[in-house]
Design a protein. Structure first.
Length: 369
């Protein structure tokens, strides 16, 4: 192994948390690099909060190791871990002023009073709450309270900032504003962040990398593009974006191409590059993922190598685009077309041809976790 690479800021090895009735986190391995914003994305109950709380030290792992900047901290108290945490419910001390809330971590560290005052003022200005240090949390809006929570976590200059669904208690407009605010802080302070969310749009727009979780397992870690375009399995394909999944069996392969007999009755020929994660040998079963925007829909047939024939079930006009649901041999496929002048709109009942490029579907293994 190369010794040139700096240690990851956070390193989880076979990290596990078992409760009597459920394994909340099941032997996960994950490295978070300096300066990156990594999201933990997955449905409610998949183990995101438990993972974050084990990194912070609020929950003790059943098994496995947490390392922060190279040191095993599994037995280290939360306030000695060099982490800052922002909770979904803000968790401010209601009987303390904003300034005292922000000062709390510094007092735990025994920083001098003069320095505390200075750093609190700086932290409040960082989150644009100058002059509000004397207020109590109840005198602030939800968005302002979440900014105090951010200032409180950042003031100790942690190696990693942990955020647990920090936007989920805010209304839509504030959520958008705070999302940009967190990205700005990430950029300006260069602080490593682990950001938990169940919201795929939040994860796609914010992440350097995302770790997609389900049932206590990490299914895939990658950039938003990788995870969207080249999902590792059916769960990831389906959880991120809209997925049309058609089962088939490999009929033939060569160095550049492979041929799949779809269960829907059509044969398609695809680029080898679309089969990074699936095994493509004759007779292997696989799933082909078609993203809705990668189809072209037409009524007069299509002069294309790869086509599917179907019947339009439903059409929705969305201004800049149309959404179609097309029945292809019993599979209802979602198709998105941009509205471009001159294109004819198909109607329910129309027979249509869906064409696609040889590099546009993506092959994933059938079944799996
Ligand atoms: N203190 C606890 N005692 C028992 N089960 C728990 C506890 N905390 C979490 N769980 C269970 O662990 C699983 C993962 O929970 P959690 O990490 O909160 O998920 P997420 O944050 O992804 O919604 C869930 O099934 C949850 O019910
Ligand atoms: Mg949670």
């Amino acid at each position: 192994m190369s010794r040139q690479q700096p240690a990851p800021v956070v390193e989880l090895s076979r990290l596990t948390k078992r409760y009597p009735d459920v394994t909340a986190v099941d032997e996960i391995d994950l490295s978070i690099h300096e300066g990156e914003l990594l999201t933990l994305l997955g449905p409610s109950g998949c183990g995101k909060t438990t993972t974050l709380r084990m990194i912070a030290g609020f929950d003790k792992p059943t098994d496995g190791v947490v390392r922060i900047t190279g040191d095993a901290v599994t037995d280290t108290a939360p306030y000695n871990r060099d982490t800052g945490m922002v909770f979904q419910q803000y968790a401010l001390f209601p009987h303390m002023t904003v300034a005292d809330n922000v000062a709390f971590g510094l007092e735990m560290e025994g920083v001098s009073d003069g320095e505390i005052d200075e750093r609190v003022v700086d932290a409040l200005s960082m989150v644009r709450l100058e002059g509000l240090g004397g207020r109590y949390p109840s005198e602030l809006s939800g968005g302002q309270q979440q900014r105090v929570a951010l200032a409180r976590a950042l003031v100790i200059e942690p190696s990693v900032l942990l955020l647990d669904e920090p936007l989920s208690n805010l209304d839509k407009k504030l959520r958008e504003e705070m999302r940009l605010e967190i990205l700005r802080l990430h950029r300006e302070l260069d602080v490593t962040m682990v950001y938990v969310t169940h919201n795929q749009e939040e994860a796609l727009t914010m992440s350097d990398r995302m770790a997609v979780m389900n049932d206590g397992h990490i299914h895939q870690v990658g950039s938003p593009e990788e995870v969207y375009q080249r999902p590792s399995d059916e769960f990831v394909a389906d959880f991120i974006g809209n997925a049309n999944l058609l089962p088939g069996t490999v009929a033939d392969t060569d160095d550049d191409r492979y041929v799949v007999d779809l269960d829907a009755g059509t044969q398609v020929t695809l680029d080898r590059s679309t089969a990074e994660v699936a095994d493509v040998r004759p007779n292997t079963s696989l799933m082909l993922l078609f993203r809705p925007e990668r189809f072209h829909i037409s009524q007069d047939g299509a002069n294309a190598a790869n086509t599917l024939e179907g019947t339009v079930q439903e059409v929705t006009y969305l201004g800049s685009r149309m959404d179609y649901f097309v029945d292809v041999d019993g599979h209802e496929l979602h198709v998105i077309q941009q509205n471009i002048a001159g294109d004819r709109t198909s109607e329910p009942g129309d027979r249509v041809t869906l064409s696609f490029d040889a590099d546009s579907p993506f092959a994933i293994p059938q079944g799996g976790r």
